[in-house]
Design a protein around this ligand. Sequence first.
Ligand code: B12
Ligand code: SF4
Ligand code: SF4
Length: 358
Amino acid sequence: MRWITQQHAARSADPSSVLPDAKSVICVGMRYWDGLRPTDTANTGRIARYSWGRDYHAVLGKRLEEFTRKLVEEVGGSHKWYVDTGPLMDKALASRAGLGWYGKNTNILSTEFGSWILLGEIVTTLEIEADRPLQRDCGGCRLCVVACPTGALGPDYSIDSRKCISYLTIEHREPIPVEYRPLIGSWVFGCDICQDVCPPSMEPHLKSSRDRHAWAAEVKSYVKGGDPISTPSSDAHVGSGAPTDLRSGVDLVWLLRMTHEEYLKTFRDSSIRRAKPWMLRRNAAVCLGNVGTRMADEPLIQALEEDEEPVVRGHAAWSLGRLANRKVTPLPVAALVSALSKERDPLVREEIRAVLPG
Ligand code: B12
Ligand code: SF4
Ligand code: SF4
């Protein structure tokens, strides 16, 4: 991410850069667990759990605003609150404050809720006695490192963001490198795998032996490098249109065809707005290639021929090739040749040529 420069990092490590007389930082974590993920349905894209509800920046921001107002009323001082809204290292601060420990999935894990917490802080001129960091780390566990499909995590508590599905689907504003596209599976916005497999994050939420068995099977499948997303062969549950509950994911065909107005209306209060509409259509194309059923080829051909964004047209071509490789549909050679004859964008032409035989 180009915005994380040396200068930005140096500024982020110095709270007085946001409040000159800063003496303390109050760190908060907001739990966002909202039940187990429902079973995947056909032609549906997964949304990372932190985006199931209203945009956390607004939800936590409102609470911190209220907290700050009460601080002024009751004890005075100057304060500034942040929810990933300014130059601060949320995780470094939270781990020093003892809110949780820095895990190998490179998130902060609280003892009570695991890593399913979102972080915020209040930089204040008040002098407050500091809490101590937790004396805890991940020990010998490395489930997240092994389960990460793209190998983004290192055993040394490091991440290569360029390989992370969360980065590729939310932050990356260019074509997704071809080698990562199949590994994205049905993650159309963000990724939770390194948290879904994490024992301290999941164990508090597994209430029955059925939950525990299902979770163990999911972890095993990820660790083996398998794809736990089963693609139902029937076309049931297609065409549900705009999502009403993001826990159940998003109809990928709807997303691929989404208009700008639908984007604004559907994701009005959602952190999904971090991704531009064309990025979501690009991601939908990739996911349809990975998990789509027979009915995915027609909308992909339409996107190849008509989408206004070259990146989406190019990814649609790749996905048609992927559907054919998965033996879901035959390669629509005539449609690809016709699209190639009309296409002017060199990158899209390259994507089409890459899937055409010979
Ligand atoms: C850039 C970014 C990303 C990048 C990079 C992720 C990463 N792990 O750094 C990408 C796009 C990949 C990403 C993905 C996600 N993100 Co993000 N992201 C950020 C953001 C905006 C900046 C992080 C950053 O790079 N800062 C600059 C570096 C220099 O600082 P740093 O990360 O704090 O790291 C330093 C310190 O933590 C320090 N450190 C402190 N203690 C320790 C201990 C050890 C052992 C080590 C080695 C280091 C260490 O070392 C680091 C280097 O100096 C933060 C918000 C923020 N302002 O902090 C959210 C944030 C980290 N993201 C968050 C979330 C929820 C996610 C996702 C789960 C979303 C999703 N489901 O798709 C994924 C998780 C992927 C993953 N495995 O990390 C939350 C994490 C909450 C938590 N419990 O920790 C944050 C804190 C946002 C928030 N306010 O809640 N994210
Ligand atoms: S969010 Fe997904 S891709 Fe990124 S590090 Fe975690 S498991 Fe890997
Ligand atoms: S899966 Fe294991 S190694 Fe990874 S963050 Fe959780 S406890 Fe740490």
